[in-house]
Design a protein around this ligand. Structure first.
Ligand code: AR6
Length: 193
């Protein structure tokens, strides 16, 4: 089950926080927190391949065979197989401790948004990149990912809804805190239908 818990508007676009499993979402694109080799062995990556099918891993292998390992911050696209989403965008977040984690998370978020926007997608759902196996504190990920999203939405052509799908309560709380601060500052507003 996926539960929508906080919805705000920014520049006529929607930012939404939901709790649950990203593989169940119906967005045009869902983002995968991948590694440089697109070996989807654990965490959200494994869940995406499990539900979407091996086709996602096979297409990922083709991308790596052609272009070699990705850089941190890159984003590439595969089919979504049997998922409800139309597309999976794989991006590589930083491992905590390697340095410049905030900038790198900003880049991973922006390159995923740009890829989706260029494809004409209207909605995209992100997990909390790097906050699992890669060990980035959720507060840092929330800052970087939400700030990058606001900046991107200033000039987005097609994206009108960005969802952050958080799996763990501690991670959800960090994203909620960031959005609540933005509400207080008047940067975003509560969404009204
Ligand atoms: N839906 C939404 N979020 C999820 C789900 C899910 N089904 N499952 C886990 N999460 P992680 P990373 C959350 O470890 O830290 C993989 O092995 C999880 O609670 O998936 O970027 C890759 O192949 C956490 O908040 O990604 C890479 O090798 C967030 O997703 C490496 O892990 C990210 O956790 C990437 O590490």
């Amino acid at each position: 089950m996926v539960t929508s818990l906080l919805k705000v508007s920014y520049n006529k676009k929607i930012i939404e926080l939901v709790k649950g499993d990203i593989t169940l979402l119906e967005a045009d694109a869902i983002v995968n927190a991948a590694n440089k080799w697109l070996k989807h062995g654990g965490g959200v990556a494994a869940a995406i391949v499990r539900r979407g099918g091996e086709i996602i891993q096979k297409e990922s292998n083709k991308i790596i065979a052609e272009y070699g390992p990705l850089d941190v911050g890159d984003a590439v696209e595969t089919t979504a197989g049997m998922l409800k989403a139309k597309s999976v965008i794989h991006t590589v977040g930083p491992v905590y401790g390697e340095g410049e984690e905030k900038i790198k998370l900003w880049r991973a978020t922006t390159s995923s948004l740009k890829l989706a926007d260029d494809k004409g997608y209207r909605s995209i759902a992100f997990p909390a990149i790097s906050t699992g196996v890669y060990g980035v504190p959720p507060e840092l990920a929330a800052e970087a990912m939400i700030e990058a999203t606001l900046k991107f939405l200033d000039t987005a052509k097609n994206i009108e809804r960005v969802i952050f799908c958080l799996f763990e309560n501690r991670v959800y709380s960090a994203y909620e805190k960031k959005i609540k601060n933005l509400l207080k500052e008047g940067v975003v507003e509560h969404y009204k239908d």
